[in-house]
Design a protein around this ligand. Structure first.
Ligand SMILES: Cc1cc2nc3c(=O)[nH]c(=O)nc-3n(C[C@H](O)[C@H](O)[C@H](O)COP(=O)(O)O)c2cc1C
Length: 202
């Protein structure tokens, strides 16, 4: 039976969705591993979303927390909110109490990717501050580190992402879209994570 990886996203403006599709591509490139794309529920009202000029949600099924134990590993993606995960994703974690009680997620591998408006906008802190959720659930954090290679060290282009996970810069008005390198990094991370999850015998 295939190792099942859920790629779970939250996006307001679509940048994270773009990276999530690349993560999925990476996951599905690994033999014996199957990726499935999900999004977490929106908690803002249609009114507020309209004021934010948010486009319609991507055509991706909404994940029920009770389905989490059916996955062998997770790739979570969300944009920053002041250097932290958005409330939509925190609300999702906050609904996992009964899973925590049963230890349903213990030993499951997890990795993260993110998006910020600007350089220095909080890519590392957004992932770093997500870790307590994972630790309290007893999950195994799998950072991609510098495995992506040369682009991780180069200073010749603007590039989101870090040792903590892939990332993009959306610009303050959302007008910048993931670059070729950022898309490649997201795909790399998906494939790398899938190989680790497979090795763990997840
Ligand atoms: C309430 C709020 C807080 C934000 N805080 C930050 C921030 O601290 N740093 C930053 O670079 N971008 C910040 N942003 C910009 C978002 O991270 C950006 O819109 C997002 O990365 C785009 O991803 P998406 O298209 O998937 O929604 C913030 C946006 C909102 C709405």
């Amino acid at each position: 039976m295939a190792v099942k990886i859920y790629v779970v996203l939250y996006t307001t403006f679509g940048h994270i969705y773009k990276l999530a599709q690349q993560q999925l591509k990476g996951v599905n490139s690994v033999e014996g591993v199957q990726g499935i794309l999900y999004q977490v529920p929106e908690i803002l009202s249609p009114d507020i979303l309209a004021k934010m000029h948010a486009p319609p949600k991507p055509d991706v099924p909404v994940l029920d927390v009770h389905d989490l134990p059916n996955a062998d590993g997770f790739i979570f993606g969300f944009p920053t909110r002041y250097g932290n995960m958005p409330a939509q994703f925190k609300a999702f974690w906050d609904a996992t109490g009964s899973l925590w009680q049963k230890g349903s997620l213990i030993g499951k591998p997890v990795t993260f990717f993110t998006s910020t408006a600007s350089q220095g906008g909080g890519q590392e802190t957004t992932i770093h501050t997500a870790l307590p959720n994972v630790v309290h659930h007893g999950m195994i954090y799998v950072p991609p580190g510098y495995g992506f290679g040369a682009p991780m060290y180069g200073l010749d282009e603007v590039r989101g992402g870090s040792a903590w996970g892939a990332g993009t810069f959306a610009a303050g008005d959302g007008s910048r879209w993931p670059s070729k390198t950022e898309l490649e990094y997201a795909e790399y991370q998906g494939a790398y994570f899938a190989k680790v999850a497979k090795k763990l015998g997840a």
